[in-house]
Design a binder for this molecule. Structure first.
Ligand SMILES: [Zn+2]
Length: 89
């Protein structure tokens, strides 16, 4: 039982660490610049519904980003080919 408890604890810590890394990444200058470049490339058009976006936007990583990529500030995080602009309904 103690073993199970420890595993859960480790998992929770890892999830918390992942969230903190995501927050740091999304507020970085480099991400802000990448995001602006994606919005410009897509001309404010949502890549799923094709509507011109007037409200909130979301920059989506087509292939989900991983814990290891965030930890290493991997180049893939900024790969424009893996990014698309979406509207937020
Ligand atoms: Zn849309």
């Amino acid at each position: 039982m103690i073993f199970i408890y420890d595993k859960e604890f480790e998992w929770e810590q890892r999830v918390r660490e992942f969230d903190e890394m995501k927050n740091r990444f999304y507020s970085s200058t480099r991400w802000q610049e990448t995001k602006a470049a994606v919005i410009e490339r897509e001309d404010c058009i949502c890549q799923v519904c094709g509507e011109f976006i007037v409200g909130r936007t979301q920059i989506d990583h087509i292939l989900e980003i991983s814990y290891d990529q965030l930890k290493e500030d991997d180049e893939e995080l900024y790969n424009m080919e893996n990014l698309q602009l979406l509207c937020v309904p």
